[in-house]
Design a protein around this ligand. Structure first.
Ligand code: WQD
Length: 329
């Protein structure tokens, strides 16, 4: 299939491009490069030995979208493009609502106009808000904790209404837990612009000496070591989940993509110290507002329907993260 990846030079998008190309699909990327670098396109080609078409454009501009659909016969779209920093979304909610919602509405319009109705959406476990029951299943109550989370929730609602209105649409929504790690080649990985938000990019900056120490946001939670637990999933496992979803498109589907295992912040610090060969210094800081003590997935529906399950463990995630970082000279 010829698959359009919106935001395809980003962290998850680039790894998904690699797995689609490895599986023999053709990939077209549209990206405005607001949070990624254009050399990722060449690296995807280097890793897979296959050409990948790139169009620098913005989903807020329908002309850019029409240009891509006029030029390529697209069979399916995987929609990654969107702002995703939780903290920034609290400071700039309008920017998040305009960008994430209008770009999605434009995409759906242009897809329908070109009779392309196969869509996979990059959603997030953030739509579950503060979980009531663990592990989290796809039927758990929904509720967002930030404007970013609300954009994911709103897009899920929009897609559900579109699918209900026209049976020709095949829409799969993938709810990611905590993606970390990098392709084994070490050529692509997570390199956010500016100050990172997430745990692993922070640990990475401590490991490279850019930051003196990691601040651990609270160690007085009701967890074995007092620090928060999350379901970290290797980005390659996540990317392969998109390939499986593409192979099983049909109607309206929703899947959790997680490992079902929970690791604490200190587990990650310990594992990363193993991977890089020296201790990652840290200090305990006050809790971060909005953090849930424990979040981890029940991904059995993806296993049953898609024949997918995460294969890599926390050690693999840390080693591949560090391998990518060492290549960033
Ligand atoms: C993980 C744990 C922090 C940084 C977020 C988004 C979610 C999704 C994944 C996009 C927490 C702790 C972190 C630090 C720390 N993104 N931490 N010191 O919050 O589970 O999820 O990323 O969809 O939408 O909310 O991930 O990596 O920010 O935090 O102690 O410097 O690490 O308190 O317990 P989170 P995270």
């Amino acid at each position: 299939m010829k698959v359009l990846l919106t935001g395809g030079t980003g962290y998850i998008g680039s790894h998904t491009a690699v797995e689609l190309l490895r599986a023999g699909h053709d990939v077209v990327i549209i990206d405005n490069l607001s949070n990624s670098q254009v050399d990722v396109v060449e690296k995807i080609g280097q890793i897979t030995g296959r050409p990948v078409a790139f169009y620098q454009g913005d989903l807020l501009n329908k002309d850019d979208l029409n240009a891509v659909f006029d030029r390529y016969k697209i069979d399916a779209v995987i929609h990654f493009a969107g702002f995703k920093a939780v903290g920034e979304s609290v400071e700039k909610p309008l920017m998040y609502y305009q960008n994430n919602l209008i770009s999605t509405l434009n995409l759906l319009d242009v897809m329908a106009a070109h009779s392309v109705k196969n869509l996979i959406f990059s959603s997030s476990a953030t739509v579950y808000g503060m979980p009531e029951k663990l592990p989290i299943t796809e039927d758990a109550p929904l509720g967002a904790l930030s404007p970013y989370g609300y954009t994911k929730l709103a897009i899920e609602r929009i897609l559900g209404d579109v699918a209900a209105s026209d049976a020709q649409w095949n829409i799969t929504m993938l709810r990611y837990f905590n993606p970390v790690g990098a392709d084994a080649s070490g050529l692509i990985g997570e390199s956010p612009r500016g100050i990172p938000n997430n745990l692993f990019p922070f640990i990475m900056r401590v490991a490279t000496g850019e930051l003196k120490e990691l601040g651990v946001f609270g160690n007085d939670y009701d967890t074995p070591d007092g620090t928060c637990i999350r379901d970290y999933i290797h980005v390659t496992d996540l990317a392969i989940g998109h390939l499986r979803a593409l192979e099983h498109l049909g109607g309206m589907r929703i899947y959790n993509l997680g490992t079902g295992c929970g690791y604490s912040v200190l587990d990650c610090v310990r594992e990363f110290s193993q991977a890089c060969g020296f201790d990652i210094p840290y200090v305990i800081k006050p809790r971060r507002a909005g953090d849930a003590p424990m979040v981890y997935a029940d991904s059995s529906r993806a296993q049953q329907d898609l024949g997918w399950r995460a294969e890599k463990n926390l050690g693999d995630m840390c080693r591949d993260c560090w391998n990518f970082q060492k290549n960033q000279k």
